[in-house]
Write a protein that binds this ligand. Sequence first.
Ligand code: HEM
Ligand SMILES: *[C@@H]1O[C@H](CO)[C@@H](O)[C@H](O)[C@H]1NC(C)=O
Ligand SMILES: *[C@@H]1O[C@H](CO)[C@@H](O)[C@H](O)[C@H]1NC(C)=O
Length: 467
Amino acid sequence: MELISMILFSFCSIVILFLFPCLFKLFDSVRRTLPLPPGSLGWPYIGETFQLYSQNPNVFFASKVKRYGSIFKTHILGCPCVMISSPEAAKFVLVTRAHLFKPTFPASKEKMLGKQAIFFHQGDYHTKLRKLVLRAFMPEAIKNIVPDIESLAKDSIQSWEGRLITTFQEMKTYTFNVALLSIFGKDEVLYREDLKRCYYILEKGYNSMPINLPGTLFNKSMKARKELAQIVAKILSTRRQMKLDHTDLLASFMGDKEGLTDEQIADNIIGVIFAARDTTASVMTWILKYLGENPSVLQAVTEEQEAIIKSNSGDDEKAPSLSWADTKKMPITSRVIQETLRVASILSFTFREAAEDVEYQGYLIPKGWKVLPLFRNIHHSPEIFPDPEKFDPSRFEVAPKPNTFMPFGNGTHSCPGNELAKIEMLILLHHLTTKYRWSMVGSNSGIQYGPFALPQNGLPIRLTKKL
Ligand code: HEM
Ligand SMILES: *[C@@H]1O[C@H](CO)[C@@H](O)[C@H](O)[C@H]1NC(C)=O
Ligand SMILES: *[C@@H]1O[C@H](CO)[C@@H](O)[C@H](O)[C@H]1NC(C)=O
């Protein structure tokens, strides 16, 4: 019961905050000739919200897919939606016809992250930002910070030694520090504590009611956001005076040719921290859970990582640093990451909105309707991934077919940080598996959504050094 109410609570708040603004849009789409996709809309406003709330959202989606097929309509809190769960439909919405489906977020989220942040845009401004972000996160750029990521990983793990820790909380600290490193380079050390303090206040307001009165969480968040922007402004002005060469995200944004305003830079930096931290931290948390539950997989990963230490040092006892090339010699560990991304599917779906009436396979998707590609259902389809609930990294020995495995999305808005996310996970796993053991504490069967799927209570574990 507790689990269900937790799911209901967090899912309700997501649905309310995301979908409430589009109440009654259903009624401006009447003059159509093509049929709408199958499915039921239920009563206006209440729609099928009740059904969605009364069960695990993934069960709700799965039962709909079973009944209506891979494209169906539904109606949640007054918002007409088309949900899609086939690789072909996902490709249509995210890749080939991406221009017809614009990103959509509630206004309160835009205010908190900053209206100029990359996620909210289409067209020229989006293309320009994307180029700058990709430049900072492409392999050639990340290569340079491998040693710095490694020292963050070592410091983190050392601080966990012998303690009972909440995996998710600790992973958030690690992924936050890596995000700051990739954004500000080493300049950030000076400002790390201030940035962290402000960001933690900002995120508390993220799932709160968007009421901007003194004393509300939202108001405090907005204040913290202003302070974050001021810190970024301080770093910007220091850099402009020093005129040193940097290769991080901030440098990419500051390029003379780009002509981004300070406000645009601040919005995008806060946005990247938001995109980078909890996502990567929840995947890491799931990895520790799955490795803990699958000793033979953990054994294989450990041997792969020990082999890297051996090949680097021969008989030498002192552990040398990892290189970029080392991270390319971790196929088993990489498959564990892939399989975790598939089974956990922490971003179950994404949101778009039809920018005009669109025809898909003889059906009409009316302008203004939300369109939700259901990544999780694709990742859990038994036709694509046999025995889908089973954790089995060996299934990735064969590359998945196009648009069947999209943990980082696809097309114009796909994740530009995926390479960094993978590297920071590999580096942490290298040190964790070769030097430490962990055991899970308490019951570990529950899932909570906050908003990403997460093992219950953030996975409490106890970590000890190997003898
Ligand atoms: C395992 C961790 C991560 C996962 C699973 C993930 C997943 C995703 C997905 C699915 C999208 C596309 C959303 C959509 O199409 O609506 C996305 C977008 C994005 N991600 Fe990630 N991400 C992760 C880590 C990161 C990291 C580390 C960074 C930054 C360094 C990052 C930065 C971004 C940005 C900026 C976007 C927006 C791109 C755009 O709108 O053009 N992500 N991510
Ligand atoms: C907090 O609320 C007050 C009163 O509505 C408003 O004047 C102030 O601008 C708000 N603070 C922020 C940072 O939005
Ligand atoms: C993204 O879409 C393109 C075009 O359909 C495809 O070639 C590619 O494999 C897709 N990427 C993923 C991760 O599925």
